[in-house]
Design a protein. Structure first.
Length: 394
């Protein structure tokens, strides 16, 4: 490790997408053979090394958020976000001191944040401990939710934005163009790009082997790694539609879904790292407009059915606009009329597929090259793919 650049990837467990992005980025950096020592840094463990929060409450801090996602009770998260941000501002000095001690002890050459809300603390602590070391925020959302979510104006913060909309948000907030870098989407695991696609007879056989109808359009229902109570409402309203129901670690939900009556074949899937395989067996996606699952579905050629309403998390609302603007699927107010949305998608499946398949996302390969440029002191916008927007990621 002597002489290797130490690159720290900061993540936490809220929602799962930040951890997944860190793992995918680490995997691709190693695959590219870059001379870096990649270290994943769990922010929760740095800020609470003795796990005092869990000792007093019995749960991890992120579990409060994850349990809300699993229950589907996300109303009011916009107000709770403001409260969280206020608490972070109140504790800024204490957070900076703890992080400063961490950077002094670990001596990184580059710090990459894959999380929102804490970027001012991360930046300020790094500048105190390691003046001149670059600080990069890779947005794992398609859009910012200002103020002080992803983009922190006035800092020496590099931003990697996966959409042109996020780039415009950064520039409008006053971020210097040379510190804004464009990728062509959200970071997906490298295997989403390199694994062979199931087609023709192989796909037909795989669907039949899984217990699905080989020819009838099949939906994949996914609400992140903890599932959601909304899946039961969707399954109840689609008894004649073949479905793959991805429940993640929510065993209780999986058992309930197995007991629901249906005339069409269904597969209820518990936790699996192989979401990609199940997406290959599906024809369309039903779920929440999270940046990770939405990006995976579109990359795998699946038109999407999502909702936008008061329950939609504030940082995910723009994602539904992106779906509408580029006609990648159907956006509804609720899943009460999900059958209507399924009918619309399946009756025009080839048209939707054509638009979805035109979307190109190579972010996991691009971000390591962007980080290399930053380490070398080269600027952002003028030298990245932002000057040549790719397909629908605009």
């Amino acid at each position: 490790m002597l002489g290797m650049k130490k690159v720290d990837l900061v993540w936490f467990n809220a929602g799962g997408g930040h951890r997944a992005a860190a793992q995918a980025l680490e995997q691709e950096i190693l695959a590219q053979g870059r001379p870096w020592q990649v270290r994943k840094v769990n922010l929760t463990e740095v800020l609470d090394p003795s796990a005092l929060f869990k000792r007093f409450t019995g749960i991890e801090p992120e579990d409060l958020y994850n349990k809300r996602l699993a229950s589907g009770f996300t109303l009011g998260l916009a107000q709770e976000l403001k409260l969280l941000q206020a608490l972070i501002r109140m504790g800024h000095l204490s957070l900076v001191q703890r992080l400063q001690q961490h950077w002094q002890a670990t001596q990184p050459d580059l710090v990459v944040s894959l999380i929102p809300n804490f970027n001012r603390c991360l930046h300020d602590s790094l500048q105190l401990a390691r003046p001149g070391v670059p600080f990069v925020t890779v947005m794992t959302d398609m859009a910012d939710h200002p103020p002080s979510f992803w983009i922190e104006p006035g800092l020496q913060q590099h931003l990697v934005c996966g959409t042109a909309h996020a780039v415009q948000q950064a520039l409008a907030a006053g971020c210097p163009p040379q510190r804004v870098h464009r990728s062509t989407g959200m970071i997906l695991r490298p295997e989403f790009h390199v694994a062979p696609r199931l087609v023709g007879a192989d796909r037909l056989a795989a669907r039949q082997a899984a217990g699905l109808d080989g020819h009838t359009p099949t939906g994949l229902v996914l609400f992140g790694g903890t599932g959601s109570r909304a899946m039961k409402r969707i399954a109840t309203r689609l008894p004649r539609t073949p479905l793959i129901l991805m429940c993640g670690r929510n065993q209780a939900l999986a058992e309930e879904l197995c007991s629901l009556p249906a005339t069409a074949p269904r597969v209820v899937v518990g936790y699996t790292p192989d979401v990609m395989r199940w997406m290959q067996l599906a024809d369309f996606f039903i779920g929440k407009p999270g940046p990770g699952s939405l990006s995976e579905a579109v990359h795998m050629g699946l038109p999407v059915i999502v909702t936008r309403n008061a329950w939609t998390m504030p940082q995910e609302r723009w994602n539904t606009q992106w779906v509408q603007d580029h006609q990648l699927g159907v956006v509804q107010r609720s899943f009460a009329n999900v059958q209507q949305a399924v009918d619309q998608v399946t009756q025009h499946l080839n048209e939707y597929r054509g638009r979805v398949q035109a979307v190109q996302n190579r972010a996991v390969f691009e971000v390591p090259r962007i980080l290399q440029r930053i380490l070398e002191g080269r600027p952002g916008l003028d030298n990245t793919c932002v000057s040549q927007p790719v397909a629908s990621w605009v």
